[in-house]
Design a binder for this molecule. Structure first.
Ligand code: HEC
Length: 129
């Protein structure tokens, strides 16, 4: 009797191990898939970066001020954005702020471009003295 029990519990353990291996395999595939997407994303070209800088000064500047010191919209200088994360700023740019004048830019800017702009704003690279 007891040997039957042991055999059964061995089978159960083996089945468990198989399940775990299977789950790990799937997780690896997913991770690799994501890694590939990120790796395939090309760096923005210098020409596009120049365009984006122009867009921020002209279009965003119409509300935030040509020198980003504020106007209808708040100032977007590094000292104003210090406590705010790049992802938070990227989100504000892509989706706008409901109930405020800040419009969504997702039809004009990609996620990568909005992220780049956020990084440049926080670094003070768009408007230099
Ligand atoms: C029509 C006016 C307008 C335009 C154009 C505009 N914004 Fe704004 N933006 C605002 C306003 C108003 C706010 C403040 C919203 C609030 O009260 O939360 C804001 C908020 C923001 C914030 C969040 C700032 C913070 O301190 O949290 C960022 C970042 C931002 N804008 C970036 C941009 C960028 C980049 C562009 C151009 C691609 C742009 N905005 C164009 C009006 C504008």
């Amino acid at each position: 009797m007891s040997s039957v029990k042991i055999t059964i519990s061995c089978l159960v353990v083996a089945a468990h191990l198989l399940t775990i291996n299977f789950a790990t395999a799937i997780a690896e595939v997913t991770v690799n898939g994501v890694a590939n997407v990120v790796a395939n994303e090309k760096e923005l070209s210098q020409a596009r970066k120049n365009q984006l800088t122009h867009i921020v000064k002209q279009d965003c500047g119409s509300c935030h001020g040509m020198t980003l010191k504020g106007g209808l919209g708040p100032a977007l200088l590094p000292e104003n954005l210090a406590g705010k994360s790049v992802l938070f700023l990227q989100h504000s740019i892509l989706y706008g702020r409901t109930g405020t004048a800040m419009p969504p830019w997702q039809s004009l800017l990609t996620e990568q471009e909005a992220l780049w702009i956020s990084q440049q704003l926080k670094a003070g690279e768009i408007v230099k003295p």
